[in-house]
Design a protein. Structure first.
Length: 167
């Protein structure tokens, strides 16, 4: 009798299995059409994004190559040209100008070079002509010499000073 029970159970399972998939298939088909319609544009969008990413990658590679090429040119130029700066922080009075005389960086002891008025109390001269040490002294209106000794600055260096004038 055990054999009959087993057979009945198997048969019952087969019937239940056949009935359940038929209902599930019918249920899945209706949403599958809606989902398939929704998924189709999603797949197209995903397909469009993938080529955009691939297109961006080749563009990035060529940009890196010119940047690498340009960097050594800048370094080579920076080694040859050094900027020497003279900065004076002083109030020369309204209507007056500050000059510098000296040797090196295109300066002369016989005629002064006008400095740029950066702020009301700051004057500056920047030069790339210096080939050696620059010796200089400040003058108001290229006539009144600053007190003290001559100042010096190395090539590519910056001198910041506050000259004193005896009016």
């Amino acid at each position: 009798m055990a054999k009959k029970t087993t057979t009945k159970k198997v048969a019952a399972k087969k019937v239940a299995t056949k009935t359940a998939p038929a209902k599930k298939v019918a249920t899945k088909k209706a949403p599958a059409k809606k989902v398939a319609a929704k998924k189709a544009p999603a797949k197209k969008v995903a397909a469009k994004k993938a080529p955009a990413t691939k297109a961006a990658a080749p563009k990035a590679a060529p940009k890196k190559a010119p940047a690498t090429t340009a960097a050594p040119a800048k370094k080579a130029g920076a080694k040859k040209v050094q900027q020497t700066s003279l900065i004076a922080r002083v109030d020369v009075g309204f209507g007056n100008s500050l000059y510098v005389r000296g040797s090196g960086a295109g300066l002369s002891w016989s005629k002064g070079t006008l400095l740029d008025n950066v702020t009301p109390y700051e004057w500056a001269l920047k030069s790339t002509k210096a080939k050696g040490e620059v010796t200089f002294k400040f003058l108001i209106n290229d006539e009144i010499w600053a007190e003290g000794e001559n100042l010096t600055v190395a090539v590519g260096g910056t001198s910041i000073s506050s000259p004193i004038f005896a009016w």
